[in-house]
Design a protein around this ligand. Structure first.
Ligand SMILES: [Zn+2]
Length: 293
C-alpha cells in the first residue's frame, strides 16, 4: 500500500522522507494510457511531488513541478497538496524511445538533457514562490538533487524509481535525504558511501523492504527514529470542478469566448490531469462573458 514516512537518523542530524507510490503511479498510467517510458518518467515526477508535498505544513498548501526538456515526451507537470493528493500529466503520453544500453527504460532520452525544471510552492502567501534550475540528465532524481543544490543551496540526495512491466507498475517510490548543519564530516562521508552503494529504490521495494528498512539501509543507522505524523497517504486524485473550468474559460477573454459562441455554440473543456470532460452550452458561455470584466 502507498505510504509516506519521515525519519531522523544520526541523532536528528539527517532527515529522510521516503514514499511508496505504486498505486498512485499505476492510476496515472491508466488515466493517461501512458507508454512504459512515459509511466517511468511521470511516475518519478509524481513520486517527487508526493515527497515534496509531504513536507508542506498546511493541507491547502501545494507544490507544482514543471519540467520542460528538449526530449520527445514534451512538458511534464505534477502538482501535489498537503493532503497527499497528487496528479500530473505529460505532453506526449505515448512517447517511445529505444531502451538504454543496460536494458532500462530511457527516461533521460524521453525528457531530454537540456531544458529547465521549475518548482512552484503555493503556501498561502500573496505570490507563490518559484524556483528553477537547468536539467542535468533528464533522469529526474539527478535533476532535482541539482535543483536543491543550485536553487536552494541544500545538499539533498534524491532517489526515484518506477518498475514497469507489460502488466503495469510493479513498484514505484523514492526518497530524499538531507543533512542538518550540525552533521559531522565523518557522518556525511558514511552517508554518502551508503547512498552510493544502495540498490535502486524500486528494487528495494520489490524485495518487500519497508520504508523503515530502506531508511535504515541507506543511512546505515539502525537506531533511526520514525517521526509521528498525521495520516496522509499519497494518492492520485484530481480536484478539478466546473467552477475551475469556468475560470479557465474566462481567462481566454471576451473576444475568444464570443468567437466560440458564434462558431460552435458550445465548448468542451478537458481536464489535463484526469481527462474529465466539462461541457458548456450557449447559455452558460454567454453567462461567462457577462462575468468577464
Ligand atoms: Zn481533473
Amino acid at each position: 500500500m502507498d505510504k509516506i514516512q519521515k525519519f531522523l537518523a544520526y541523532n536528528g542530524k539527517i532527515n529522510i522522507t521516503a514514499v511508496e507510490t505504486t498505486e498512485l503511479v499505476e492510476k496515472a498510467r491508466k488515466v493517461h494510457d501512458l507508454s512504459p517510458v512515459a509511466t517511468a518518467t511521470l511516475g518519478r515526477c509524481l513520486s517527487m511531488g508526493a515527497l515534496m508535498a509531504g513536507n508542506l505544513k498546511q493541507e491547502e498548501d501545494s507544490i507544482t513541478l514543471q519540467i520542460k526538456g528538449n526530449g520527445p515526451i514534451g512538458g511534464i507537470t505534477v502538482t501535489a497538496d498537503g493532503k497527499g493528493r497528487t496528479r500530473g500529466y505529460v505532453e506526449n503520453p505515448q512517447v517511445d524511445v529505444p531502451l538504454r544500453k543496460d536494458g532500462k527504460l530511457n527516461v533521460g532520452g524521453a525528457v531530454g538533457k537540456e531544458g529547465f525544471l521549475y518548482v512552484i510552492r503555493d503556501i498561502g502567501l500573496k505570490e507563490p514562490y518559484i524556483g528553477m534550475s537547468k536539467l542535468v540528465s533528464g533522469e529526474i532524481a539527478e535533476d532535482f538533487a541539482n535543483y536543491y543544490y543550485t536553487s536552494e543551496q541544500k545538499n539533498t540526495a534524491v532517489a526515484l524509481g518506477v518498475l514497469v512491466n507489460k502488466d503495469g507498475v510493479k513498484k514505484a517510490g523514492g526518497f530524499i535525504v538531507s543533512s542538518m548543519p550540525d552533521a559531522t564530516e565523518d557522518e556525511l562521508f558514511i552517508l554518502e558511501n551508503r547512498l552510493q552503494e544502495a540498490k535502486p529504490i524500486s528494487q528495494m521495494l520489490e524485495e518487500n523492504m519497508s520504508l523503515l528498512e530502506i531508511a535504515q539501509d541507506i543511512t546505515g543507522d539502525s537506531n533511526i527514529k520514525v517521526l509521528e505524523q498525521e495520516e496522509s497517504t499519497p494518492k492520485y486524485q484530481c480536484n478539478c470542478s466546473k467552477e475551475k473550468m469556468e475560470n479557465a474559460l474566462k481567462s481566454i477573454g471576451k473576444e475568444e469566448l464570443q468567437k466560440i459562441i458564434e462558431e460552435d455554440k458550445k465548448a468542451e473543456v478537458v481536464c489535463h490531469f484526469c481527462n474529465k470532460k466539462y461541457m458548456f452550452n450557449e447559455e452558460e458561455l454567454k453567462c461567462l462573458i457577462g462575468d468577464v470584466s
